[in-house]
Design a protein around this ligand. Sequence first.
Ligand code: NOJ
Length: 745
Amino acid sequence: MKSIRNLYLSALVLLLFSCSGQQGTTVGSTPEVEKRVEKLLSQMTLAEKIGQMNQVSAGGEVGNYADALRKGQIGSILNEVDPVKLNEFQRLAVEESRLGIPLLVGRDVIHGFHTIFPIPLGLAATFDPALVEEGARVAASEATAQGVRWTFSPMLDIARDPRWGRIAEGSGEDTYLDARMGEAMVRGYQGTSLDSTSMAACVKHFVGYGAAEGGRDYNSTFLTERQLRNVYLPPFEAAIKAGAMTLMTSFNDNDGVPSTANAFVVKDVLRGEWGFDGLVVTDWDSMGEMIDHGFGEDRKDVAEKAVNAGVDMDMMTFGFLSHLEELVKNGAVSRKSIDNAVRNILRVKVMLGLFEHPYVDVEAAKAVQYAPEHLASAQKSVEESVILLKNSGVLPLKGGQRILVTGPMADAPHDQLGTWVFDGEKAHTVTPLKALQELFPGKVDYVPGLTFSRDKRNNFFDVMAAARRADVVLVFLGEEAILSGEAHSLADLNLKGSQSELLAALKATGKPVVATVMAGRPLTIERDLPNVDAMLYSFHPGTMGGPALANILFGKVNPSGKTPITFLRTVGQAPMYYSHNNTGRPYRGETLLDDIPAEAGQTSLGNTSYYLDYGAYPLFPFGYGLSYTTFAYSGIGLDKEVYKADDTITVTFTLANTGKYDGTEVAQVYIRDLVGSITRPVKELKAFERVSLKAGESRTLTVKIPVQELAFVGLDGVKKVEAGDFQLWVAGDSASGEALSFKVQ
Ligand code: NOJ
């Protein structure tokens, strides 16, 4: 909701100048909305205003909240999705409170409501914003049918440390990809115009939360303003420009200031620079946690700090409800701040049409859940998100073989759904085992080997015997859902339990072994790769993981997912990401540990930035993923050698499918700004395109990049494109391709 006031001004201008009278924006306030908000505001007591600023988790009986609802002490609830109960909640608010203001009902609908899509990290691996938008639309249609009109998604935290369990919930390490995915989700949740299937998006966590020290959740961050502006803030700005109606502050303290009281990011940047007049909510008790941070003495103190930093709604601290009235009366908080906060809340409620349609049709709600087209969309999302990491030629499989299915994730209907699933039911999950048994009746043996991912059993005789009887072994490994997500940081990223031992045992049978890893993060699988003939990586795929994976394994679908995050060789490399700075001593292939003689003399001259034991490179770079076919890039060219700051760069290239299968490639365009007023990353993604080509087909493609996309905040603190020399690559991943050169004047 980029400055709703600005939007409606521009809408007004459009109205005046266009005969059709169409509005210039799809999501944005109107003079009528503002009039309604002001009218309501003028009728409210201070206590009623503060009530709107209070969000409550609604467990148990509706009756427990009746008194507070009648008094107008609750503006929003979360964690109730029973449509019968929600209608009763709304009835109490709408019909029994003085002003009849409906509740805003929130829920963590993170990757689907009932129909569960791949986790957001998996969605990012599709590099397909249109498909991600479609998935968010599906989630919105299911959730809104039951009365949920606000989701706490998308999570836009750039995450470069896979130890952080919440890496599962975002789009990975890259600012550009994250921004495109964020915009897509916002469009999907809210719809192109607001109606009863629109669910307000909430961009979170503002800001820097993904840089938690050591990947330990909730930990401190120390991001400079320039890092924030160049890396962490742009996805939020993009999602807000795309119309996101709400935003959530984060748990972390950045450079000593907890986000929930960070007036610089909330007031100056978000509200001031970006003109955001949507709703800002705290994270769950993040206001109260400022006491633990040592940033406030008590709930009154932190309530004052949060509201004065620009926060509108308190999720579960009850600090506003208990203390704002007193803080206003003693002058610590102005009435104007309260009015602004309440405006922001009411605006969202009015725009969502909650005053007109507070209730849902309970019977109709049932019909929408798990609709066949929703399941189809979820399946397509998995098919595009699965990444082929290794293939010695065994894939795609041919039908007619005797198959052994094994491993802890082969038939794990709960765990393949992934983190942040409150509403998707495992009874609807189609596991790989189920899908394969349906496809090849009588041809599939199933011996799980391990019952869950942390299972430490070390006797695999039964699995090995079954493997010897089979033509091919399909082993499904990974992480249980509970090992990633909030508060689930890990210090060791190897496959848990005896999974690596199971793989080694399978390898020893001499049968072809195809592994599929389902996980919430990029695990360190280097030691496992030699034991498999092929490996597919599927971030937790959700409800339809089974059929999608079966289609890929048997070649009905050619894998096209690309890593949205660098895959490490060992956890000690974290954080490692492709868009790092060059340093004064970039790696030049020096000595590794085993090359150092005993009693070696002290030396550092000539050495560069790398690990003696693991070198300088990851296992798989960002943007990486194989296909059953091969692709070749040629004829890469630019329309000019020298560009002006307001030009657009036109990149032309020919992409050929040089293999035997039809396939889809994600063509990626990276740039490097060679010399800047500050040091710049060695590569930055600036465009990507999914291109489907028949076997043998080639196509000439054009990608346009406005030179302004090269802008960054330099030494003077101003965001602009700096003149000078640049390089550009077009390739299938971030580590390939030949550089072209161009200049910006
Ligand atoms: C805490 C999490 O950090 C946030 O992402 C989530 O939306 C809220 N709890 C509400 O459940």
